[in-house]
Ligand binder design. Structure first.
Ligand code: FES
Ligand code: FES
Length: 205
């Protein structure tokens, strides 16, 4: 019997004789009943199934957080992985709050994927640049096409100075050079210490 061991949103799980064709996305929705992870194209194109798949980097002694398409990841590949879904990002989390304040969810189908892509970045990069944020969500599609509020909500995590990409000679963060849809200045920054920790049970030396 072959056994795999992993953790989803803080809960240790063990499965045996996993069907090699079973995907993480299907398993999350239909076995664990975590329906926040959406299945859209099921072929790695839309990003609606994005979850965070984390592994322990022994050389750096810290976890690595990657956003992955759960529709493409075979469940058997998740042995000793820490998986975080939208349900593992609690209500009140600043990513969700900024998405809500910015009216970034229309039908909401793509929203969990956008949140998880941003979450993977923010667990890794404390002060992301606008280029890092744009790259992190570049594989997420919104069929409602409401990209502007999504970009504004997530780009609001850029808290470094001017990136150099001037508009009419002015910094895009300057109120005079851009007309923002929403104001996020009263929101706290993302605090990784408030998030789920990498399960010690998965760290094997
Ligand atoms: Fe579209 Fe996974 S469901 S990328
Ligand atoms: Fe509808 Fe993005 S809000 S797909």
């Amino acid at each position: 019997m072959s056994i795999i061991f992993f953790n989803v949103n803080g809960k240790d799980i063990q499965e045996s004789n996993v069907d090699p064709e079973l995907t993480l996305g299907y398993y999350l929705r239909n076995t664990l009943n975590l329906r926040g992870t959406k299945l859209g194209c099921e072929e790695g194109v839309c990003g609606s199934c994005t979850v965070v798949l984390s592994t322990w980097d022994h050389s750096k002694n810290r976890p690595i957080f990657n956003a992955v398409n759960a529709c493409l990841v075979p469940l058997f590949h998740c042995h000793r992985c820490f998986i975080i879904t939208i349900e593992g990002v609690p209500p009140g989390n600043v990513i969700k709050e900024r998405m809500a304040r910015g009216h970034a969810a229309q039908c909401g189908f793509c929203s969990p994927g956008f949140v998880m892509s941003a979450y993977a970045l923010l667990r890794t990069a404390k002060n992301p640049t606008i280029a890092q944020i744009n790259r992190a969500i570049s594989a997420n599609l919104c069929r409602c096409t409401g990209y502007r509020p999504i970009l504004e909500a997530l780009q609001s995590f850029m808290n470094q100075g001017c990136c150099g990409g001037k508009i009419n000679g002015k910094c895009c963060k300057d109120e005079e050079s851009s007309q923002k849809l929403s104001d996020f200045s009263d929101f706290p920054n993302f605090d990784p210490t408030q998030e789920l920790i990498f399960p010690p049970s998965l760290i094997v030396y």
